[in-house]
Design a protein around this ligand. Sequence first.
Ligand code: HEC
Length: 181
Amino acid sequence: MKYSSILILLLYVASCSRPDPAHTKEALQIFDEFQARLLFRLNAAVEKEGIVAAISICKTVSPEIEKEISVHGWIIRRTSTRPRRPEHKPDAFENRTLAQWQSNLQSGKKPEAVAEIEAGELRVMRPIVIQTDICLRCHGTEDRLDSAALKEIIRLYPEDKATGYAVGDLRGAFSAVRKIE
Ligand code: HEC
């Protein structure tokens, strides 16, 4: 084989292992919708029924939304190194990405969304950084946590690891996986 054909082959292989920008864009749009729907339901629940009732709404509504938006071959979920729901524990790819973002934040760099191909799957992740005080009522340090909410959280999630956060902390990520055709 001539060098030029080897080069073309290498370029072809390299281009195959890069995610299709249209797919990445679609995943990011699904994250936007997921986030908007969650925040809408959370705010409405806190306002109408109070913080304690909002916890069980989060518990039932967020897996429902996850299922509804997992379309076009995507599996969409949220993940965290300190999960509330045990199923939100990160896999190897998610763990690596979350660790990279954590170290970015520590050195003052903003964590950015990633899109990669790994083991025949397209992986897209976007960081969830705590931006507002409302999150701290259910995820904050002891002085910021709502004490009635904390009791309910421990009752519903005996293995909860999702407290102790402050505004600006990395809480977790939106994560999307899809097989490559
Ligand atoms: C009313 C209490 C409450 C408030 C306020 C709240 N959360 Fe949560 N959060 C929960 C519950 C309950 C879960 C677990 C949901 C489930 O079972 O899927 C959760 C799960 C999560 C997860 C998924 C990972 C995990 O730990 O399981 C992320 C990420 C998250 N919350 C971020 C936030 C952010 C950001 C805010 C502020 C905008 C916020 N939460 C506000 C109760 C709350």
